[in-house]
Design a binder for this molecule. Sequence first.
Ligand code: C2E
Ligand code: MG
Ligand code: MG
Ligand code: MG
Length: 287
Amino acid sequence: DAKREGRGIVRVFDESMDENVKLRRSIEGGLSKAIEKGELHLVYQPIVAREGLEIVGFEALLRWNTDAHGPISPAVFIPIAEESNLIHELGDWVLEQSLDMVKDWPGQYVSVNFSPRQFRRHNFVGRILDRVQRAGVDPQRVQIEITETAIFDDADRAAETLYKLRQMGFRIALDDFGTGYSSLYNIRKFALDCLKIDRSFIDGMGRERESAAIVQSIVHLGRSLGLGVIAEGVETEAQVQALRVAGCSHLQGYFFSRPVEAAVARTMAASLYLTNGEDDLTVDPPA
Ligand code: C2E
Ligand code: MG
Ligand code: MG
Ligand code: MG
């Protein structure tokens, strides 16, 4: 009958799909059950101020540990979720957890990643405000991280959304800055608090003159627009020195701390400063 025929067609199609498509399907299927199965959790990476190196906030980063395949990177599953409505379910969960967490910290903000599709969702502003109010969290303690892709496709609408969010007190960070195709000139249109320089430029700083020059111009741009500039992916002391000289206002990366579990973040937040570890890779509070 037609039903069986339909199934047959699906099977033939299935067999002709390449491994990649199968993997995507399997990830999508697993992800749709990940929340109820308790396979998701957030880790938190400190963001420190250039002066004094105190912890001003933590970025929340999603982790997925599957029974079947072990941990799967958000760099793999977020783009897949982004292609379906799953991203909304995941995003709501991430926001809820982040708001819960920020209440445990004395004053730091939580920096939450939002994909382009989340940002463009109908009534994004109303939804996020509702969540924050219900959680009893001051919007100033929430930083919204979006990428250039999220705002430049429909710039006028994005500018309005950002303006409203900023009016309400949310912080806005432009993530992975320098990798998109935004015209630097147009950045002025958007109500932002800071630019996050993409890790690839920080990584290249010591090796190629181009990267160092790009970092320097992003810092100049940010400063002339009155924005903070966060360097992400800072791994070495040489990079810390170079970024301080360049005038970067905030730093984040493995040099200071990898993303850590909630309980560890709580301890770090309470102490305000990263304490000096035995490996001498972390930094003492100022004297
Ligand atoms: P992102 O927002 O640009 O996050 C920075 C990534 O760089 C994170 O990878 C972080 O663990 C990593 N990182 C931080 N410091 C260093 C360093 O010093 N060296 C190196 N090599 N890497 C460093 P992660 O956690 O794998 O996340 C990858 C991407 O997945 C994120 O990039 C973000 O775009 C996305 N993502 C993660 N969590 C969420 C989420 O809750 N929602 C959404 N929409 N996207 C998320
Ligand atoms: Mg981010
Ligand atoms: Mg980033
Ligand atoms: Mg990135």
